[in-house]
Design a protein around this ligand. Structure first.
Ligand code: MG
Length: 356
């Protein structure tokens, strides 16, 4: 968008339709992939633009007073079904926001929760979801201190949607963000890829076969805290949720102006997830996770960080999956199992709608 158009937008005189899919929202705008990025870049950033938002990280970082920084994040949850193996919409709503705050190296402290309820929803379902939210909040060490409830007519929503907003304090000296990756850094993932997406699909009955796969949904702030205590060498943290590892690494490669080179042989994928992906034509690199993080770490500190991760329940399968290079910048490449190198792009369409 050029400067002149931007000025007009700010004055409300012109409302362009800058989306490549025309003048309507499509499901892909909720994918976390290319269309979601387009929506943010062309529709939300121009009117809301400020340094915290423009940084494009998992949470906005703001300064309250000199030396006192807060990370703030918000996330809406529309997963269907409401309950799935390993979790439910309530646990997801707490962990999703706790994790986005934690990915800035912040200690999450407080959450607010907004509920949109469909007329006719069974109160016992809401009770179960609230209990699950409280259990997850307790595990994460956060309190839910504000909330809101709205009810819409039957047929105007799908049971229950939850939006959570979280704040956390960034300890002094911690400076983590998507723009901090440096050539030579190691890329670590905290565990197996794609568990959440496949577990939700299985709960919908869309796999056509039985699987034992459970969602990995979990609060990661304890893991982050252990990593930061072990080493000052953590440069980037991000949770690969919608769009999966591939999309998240592309975001980091662009923010840091680097190339990320993955090693396919080292990617951790459970056999059940791999089998489901092969049957459905999915690539586990693009399937959502809700209890995993990517850490980009200085090479000297990588082993120390890995050891700290493996000692934590949510990082026991942590493994190094690649490294950061200078060129080709803003790209993710992968050394494949057969020895070739291929480009790993962002998620293009909408693979698994309403996964979180
Ligand atoms: Mg995130």
């Amino acid at each position: 968008m050029d400067e002149e158009q931007k000025t007009l937008d700010m004055e409300g005189a012109v409302c362009p339709l800058p989306l490549s899919h025309g003048d309507r929202i499509v499901m892909g705008h909720g994918s976390g992939g290319r269309l979601s990025h387009e929506l943010v870049e062309h529709l939300f950033l121009p009117p809301f633009d400020n340094p915290a938002l423009r940084a494009g990280d998992d949470a906005g970082v703001v300064q309250l007073a000199p030396g006192s920084r807060l990370a703030i994040s918000t996330d809406s949850h529309v997963v269907t079904p409401l309950f799935f193996p390993g979790g439910d919409i309530g646990r997801l709503a707490v962990c999703g926001t706790v994790n986005d705050v934690a990915m800035m190296g912040a200690t999450p402290l407080y959450l607010a929760a907004g509920f949109i309820l469909e007329e006719g929803l069974e109160a016992t379902i809401l009770q179960c979801v609230a209990a699950s939210m409280q259990a997850a909040a307790k595990e994460a060490g956060v309190s839910i201190v504000a909330g809101d409830t709205k009810v819409v007519q039957k047929g105007r929503a799908d049971g229950l949607y939850i939006t959570t907003t979280g704040v956390g304090v960034i300890p002094s000296g911690v400076n983590i963000g998507g723009a901090q990756a440096q050539p030579g850094d190691r890329v670590i993932v905290s565990g197996t890829l794609g568990d959440h997406g496949i577990a939700v699909l299985a709960a919908r009955g869309e796999l056509g076969f039985q699987t034992e796969i459970e969602s990995d949904v979990a609060p990661l702030n304890g893991l982050v805290s252990a990593m930061l205590s072990a080493s000052p060498g953590v440069h980037v943290l991000r949770d690969p949720t919608r769009g999966g590892l591939a999309t998240t690494l592309n975001e980091i490669a662009r923010q840091s102006n680097v190339c990320i080179l993955l090693d396919e042989n080292s990617l951790p994928v459970k056999p059940g997830v791999r089998a489901a992906c092969e049957m459905l034509g999915f690539d586990p690199l693009y399937v959502a996770n809700e209890g995993k993080l990517i850490a980009i770490v200085s090479p000297r500190e990588a082993q120390k960080v890995l050891d700290a991760m493996r000692a934590h329940r949510y990082g026991k399968d942590a493994v190094s999956v690649g490294e950061v290079q200078a060129v080709p910048s803003k790209r993710v490449l992968m050394k494949t199992a057969i020895g070739t190198t291929r480009v790993v792009d962002v998620l293009a369409g909408e693979m698994l709608p309403r996964i979180c």
